[in-house]
Design a protein around this ligand. Structure first.
Ligand code: SF4
Ligand code: SF4
Length: 433
C-alpha cells in the first residue's frame, strides 16, 4: 500500500525523524514564515500526533498540510533519510478522506476529470480573456489579472490555438530511430504551445517520430497533490490506456512535474490495482523521460547540427526535475553544447521559485516572497535569458522578472535548442521562439 491509500504507510518515515531541525535551513516556506509549521519538522509533529490519535483532522490541520511547496529540499538534506515527500502526500490524502475537498477544488477537479469539458472551458476562456485580462507587456503576450487572487500576479495569456490543435497526431520523420509519444501537459497545451513545438522540432531533428495522442489529458498532479486520490486514479488509468494505444517506444515530456507523475506517482496510485493497471503503470514508468534526459541518456544527443545562439543564459532547476527526477547535468550539458551560448550559473539555482501549482494561488503573498529570492539571484547574473525545464516555473519566473522590471526572456531549454537547430539551417534566425 502507498501513502496515497493509508496514513499508516508513512509511520516508518515519521519514526525516522529525530526532530533535529536541519530541514529548517533549506525550507523556503519556513524562511518566509518563521513558523515551525512551515518546515517539515513542524508538519511531521502534526502527522505524528494524528497517527497517535492525539489530534483529529480539522480544516485548520488540512490547511497546514497545504503550507508546503513540495520542493523536496528537506528530503534531500535530511540526515536521517526522512522521505517528507511521502509524509506530506499521505497527510493531504488523509485530510481529504476525513474532510473532503472545498467546493472550488471539487469543481476544478471535476473539470480536469472530464477533458472535453476542460478543453471547452479553456478554449472559451482564450476567446474572451481580453475582457477579463489587462495586457501589461507585449513580451510573451503576458497579461495581468486585474481583480481577485493577487493583483501582483502576472500570468501569460491562454494560447489562441492549443498545441494539440496545431499539430497532427503523428509527426513523421524519414528514418525514425525511435517512436516517442509526447505527453503534452495542460500548461504546454493551453499556455505555452511554443515549448511543445520546440520539443517536437528537437525530437524530429534527432530522427525521432513523435506521436501526440489528441485525447490525452491532465496527468492528475493537481488532484493527488491536493489529496484527492480516487479522481487521480481514474485520470491515471485513462492516460495509461490512451498511451498504451500509441505503441510508442517511450513517453517524452517537457514538464518535470508531469514526468514525476508518469515515473513515480502513477505506480503508487495504482499499487493496489488488480486489473492490469499496476503493470501498465510500471511498464510506462520505465519508459518515461524528461526531454533532456531522453536526449542525453537515451538517443545519444550530439551537437553537430546546432547553429549559434548568441545569448547569456542562466538556468533555474525546477524542484521536480532536480530533486524528484535527479536531473541537473543534462539540461546544462544541452545548453553548453549550443555554440555562442554562455551559461552563467545563478546563486542557488535549485532554490524553489514558489510556484508549486495551487500553492501560488492559495498563498499568493508567500509565493511572491519566495519568488523574490529567485529574481534577485537572476538579476545578479547579468544574463539576457533564463532557461528552465518546467512550464509552471517558466510562468512564475516570467511574472517575477516582469514585476521587477527586468528584461529577461524566460524560456524552456528545449526552445533554445530548437533555435540552435534552426540557426544551422537558417543562420539569421537565432531567437528562441
Ligand atoms: S525531517 Fe530530517 S532534517 Fe527535518 S527534523 Fe526530521 S530528521 Fe531533522
Ligand atoms: S518540501 Fe520544501 S516547502 Fe515543504 S517542508 Fe520541505 S523544504 Fe519546506
Amino acid at each position: 500500500m502507498s501513502e496515497f491509500q493509508s496514513l499508516q504507510e508513512v509511520q516508518h518515515e515519521v519514526n525516522k525523524c529525530m526532530k533535529c531541525g536541519n530541514c529548517q535551513a533549506v525550507c523556503p516556506v519556513y524562511q518566509e514564515t518563521r513558523q515551525e509549521v512551515g518546515e517539515a519538522r513542524g508538519k511531521i509533529k502534526l502527522v505524528e500526533a494524528l497517527l497517535e490519535g492525539q489530534i483529529a483532522v480539522t480544516e485548520g490541520l488540512a490547511d497546514r498540510f497545504l503550507l508546503c511547496t513540495t520542493c523536496g529540499a528537506c528530503t534531500q538534506i535530511c540526515p536521517c533519510g526522512v522521505r517528507f515527500d511521502k509524509i506530506i502526500m499521505g497527510a493531504r490524502a488523509e485530510a481529504v478522506r476525513h474532510k473532503g475537498l472545498g467546493s472550488i477544488k471539487k469543481y476544478a477537479f471535476t473539470a480536469l476529470k472530464h477533458p472535453k469539458l476542460f478543453d471547452f472551458g479553456l478554449k472559451t476562456g482564450a476567446r474572451f480573456q481580453s475582457l477579463a485580462f489587462k495586457r501589461v507587456s507585449d513580451k510573451g503576450g503576458r497579461a495581468r489579472f486585474p481583480i481577485g487572487i493577487d493583483r501582483k500576479k502576472i500570468i501569460p495569456a491562454l494560447a489562441k490555438v492549443p498545441l494539440k490543435d496545431q499539430l497532427p497526431e503523428i509527426v513523421h520523420v524519414a528514418k525514425p530511430k525511435l517512436k516517442a509519444a509526447f505527453f503534452v501537459g495542460c500548461m504546454t497545451n493551453y499556455i505555452y504551445p511554443d515549448m511543445g513545438r520546440a520539443l517536437v522540432d528537437v525530437l524530429t531533428a534527432n530522427n525521432v517520430e513523435v506521436i501526440i495522442p489528441h485525447d490525452q489529458h491532465c496527468c492528475g498532479t493537481p488532484v493527488y497533490a491536493n489529496g484527492e486520490v480516487a479522481t487521480a486514479i481514474a485520470m491515471a488509468k485513462s492516460n495509461l490506456d490512451i498511451f498504451d494505444r500509441t505503441g510508442a517506444d517511450a513517453i517524452v515530456l517537457d514538464c518535470g512535474t508531469c514526468t514525476d507523475s508518469w515515473k513515480h506517482n502513477y505506480v503508487k496510485l495504482l499499487e493496489q490495482d488488480t486489473s492490469g493497471y499496476k503493470e501498465k503503470a510500471e511498464r510506462w514508468a520505465a519508459k518515461t523521460y524528461e526531454i533532456s534526459d531522453f536526449l542525453v541518456n537515451v538517443i545519444g544527443f550530439t551537437p553537430e547540427n546546432l547553429g549559434p545562439v548568441k545569448r547569456r543564459v542562466t538556468y533555474h532547476d525546477p524542484c521536480h526535475v532536480a530533486r524528484s527526477l535527479g536531473i541537473t547535468k543534462e539540461p546544462r550539458l544541452l545548453l553548453n553544447s549550443i555554440p555562442g551560448l554562455e551559461l552563467v550559473e545563478m546563486n542557488d539555482p535549485g532554490r524553489c521559485c514558489g510556484m508549486a501549482g495551487s500553492f501560488s494561488l492559495t498563498f499568493p503573498d508567500l509565493s511572491d516572497k519566495i519568488l523574490a529570492h529567485k529574481v534577485k539571484n537572476i538579476a545578479a547574473t547579468n544574463v539576457d535569458a533564463v532557461a528552465t525545464s518546467c512550464p509552471a516555473c517558466r510562468m512564475q519566473l516570467a511574472g517575477g522578472v516582469e514585476n521587477a522590471s527586468l528584461q529577461h526572456d524566460v524560456v524552456h531549454v528545449v526552445q533554445l535548442l530548437a533555435a540552435a537547430y534552426r540557426a544551422k539551417v537558417q543562420p539569421k534566425d537565432q531567437a528562441a521562439k
